[in-house]
Each structure stands twice: as C-alpha cells, then as structure tokens.
Design a binder for this molecule. Structure first.
Ligand SMILES: [Zn+2]
Ligand SMILES: [Zn+2]
Length: 304
C-alpha cells in the first residue's frame, strides 16, 4: 500500500491511501478550502470554538489555530461542563487546558450549573421538569454559547460538527418532516438577529474517521468518552450509515456537498424575538431556558 501523493508506504486508508505527512497536509488543506470557499472566517474576526475534548472539536481547533496565523483572526476555546454524569469526563478540562496552552489559545471553562445558577446539576434538575435530557442539553448549550460569545465580543461561533454529524442529523430531521433545521445544514449559518452569533462548521467536509486519524498523527491527546453517552445509546443511525459506507465510501461527502448547493428559502427560518424574561433570542414569548427554570421554581419551590 503506497501513499497516493509521495509513493512512500501508506499509513492510513480512509478515502485515499496516505502516509502520515501527506494525510496531515491533505486534511488541513481540505478544511482550509471549506473556510475559504464559504468565506467562513475573515481577517480580524473573533472566533470562539466550542470544544468537547473529543477528536472532532480538537482537530477543528488545531486546524483553526494554524489558520489564525495565516488569515489573521483571533481564536479562543470554550468548554461547557454539562453536569450530566454519563457525559462528563474528569480528564476533559485538563486535556483541553493543556491543548490550549501548547498553542497559546485563550481558554474559557463554564459549567451549566454555575452559568444558569441552577440549584443542582442538570441531570438532577431535569428530574423535576418533564423534558428529555438530550433535547434540553442541546438547547442549553446553544443558549449559553450564543450568549457568552456575544457578551465577550466574538462574532463567529465555531463547532466541530463534521460530515458524519450532518448526515446523521439530516436523516433524522428529514424523516420528521420538519424543515426549520435546514438552514443549519450548511458550513455557515449567518446571524438572523442582532443577538445571534453567526455559526461556522469548518469540518463540514471531513469525516469522523479522518478526524480520528488526524488527532493520532498530530499527537493530539483526546479526552476519552467525551461524546454524550445518552446520545450514543439511542443512535441507530451510526450503524445504518456504517453499512452504507461499506458500499459507497464517499457517500457522506457526496451528501454534504449536495446540501451545500441547496438554496434555503427564508420561509424555512422562524422569525426570532427576544425572551420577555432574559432578553435572549427565541421563537416563543419566553425562551426554553427561562421556561425550564420556571418549572424548577414551581416543582421544588426554588427561589433562584
Ligand atoms: Zn505521502
Ligand atoms: Zn429567557
């Protein structure tokens, strides 16, 4: 097995066979191409990247740290501690802190509980409201990331969502017949409200398997088990997509590149207003975070 680029012995075969060095170059160039093609980052931008400590977000942060010097933008990392036992890994904070120190990137660490001033950790708090854990966790993450980024003066919020994530979410949502989500299936979701920060997804055209190889070849330490275990347990799509992959190896990349070309009609985007209690953008009168806090007050007489 030889590297398609330099003909030295190949060390990895995902879509193509590469040696270590050629794989790293190929991977970085693909991310850079997406950043440039969709104009995700411009000089002087202030980019905050949400990092879980897993292979996807750390690969993304590593490439952005390199690009920050070329494109001349500011980069900082944020990690949100969810406070759900199954999803929290005690090594995570230390791993991300070291990663940022090595690259000279500022690092913010926030916990759901402290930021929202909750009386208990999220898992405990949710027992008192009837909401499913995963959807609440996702809503709270979006709320905190957007608010924090805006308050700290960032103008772009980056995540490590890769082609595999996009394809999985695409199938789940497509089947539910709800198309509000469709504007999120792009490398960039531009702000549609003065209080909403533009979202960018630089790994839109990379595969999970490539992120794994990238962290390995670049010697990036990953905090194991940082992917949400609730999410994994329920997810049959990973299995379904794996079987498609075996027959059509470039299926996922083909699908995300197709999504890039879809024109999004504005009718798919719900108009946003400001929550009557906290002032954050929402499509209802009171945002889901304030409704969740209100449920806690009613159920346990919490006075927070
Ligand atoms: Zn090579
Ligand atoms: Zn609110």
């Amino acid at each position: 097995m030889k590297c398609v680029s330099c003909k030295k012995p190949a060390e990895v075969k995902i879509l193509y066979k590469f040696c270590r060095d050629c794989f790293i170059t190929h991977y970085q160039r693909r991310v850079e191409k997406v950043v440039k093609k969709f104009n995700l980052i411009e000089p002087q931008d202030r980019v905050l990247i949400a990092v879980s400590g897993g292979k996807d977000s750390l690969s993304c942060a590593d490439v952005l740290a390199r690009l920050a010097k070329i494109i001349k933008f500011n980069l900082a990392v944020i990690h949100l501690d969810v406070g759900v036992n199954a999803c929290t890994n005690i090594r995570t904070e230390a791993v991300i802190k070291t990663f940022c120190e090595e690259r000279g990137i500022p690092f913010y660490f926030l916990s759901f509980r402290e930021y929202l001033e909750l009386p208990f950790d999220l898992e405990e708090s949710l027992k008192f409201s009837r909401r499913p854990l995963c959807s609440s966790c996702g809503a709270i993450k979006r709320y905190i990331l957007n608010k924090f980024a805006r308050e700290k003066g960032f103008n772009k919020l980056a995540t490590g969502h890769c082609a595999d994530d996009i394809v999985r979410f695409f199938f789940k949502n497509w089947l539910s017949g709800n198309f509000d989500w469709i504007s999120k299936f792009k490398p960039m979701t531009e702000s549609n409200h003065p209080k909403v920060i533009t979202r960018i997804r630089p790994l839109f055209e990379t595969l999970e398997a490539e992120n794994l190889a990238y962290t390995k070849f670049r010697g990036i330490t990953v905090a194991g088990g940082s992917r949400c275990s609730y999410f994994l347990r329920k997810d049959k799509w990973t299995e379904i997509l794996r079987s498609i992959d075996e027959k059509i190896p470039d299926f996922k990349l083909g699908l995300v590149r197709g999504l890039e070309k879809i024109e999004i009609e504005s009718s798919f985007q719900e108009p946003l207003r400001e929550c009557k209690i906290c002032g954050e953008p929402t499509n209802r009168e009171i945002c889901s975070i304030c409704r969740f806090k209100e449920a806690l007050r009613v159920k346990i007489g919490w006075e927070g």
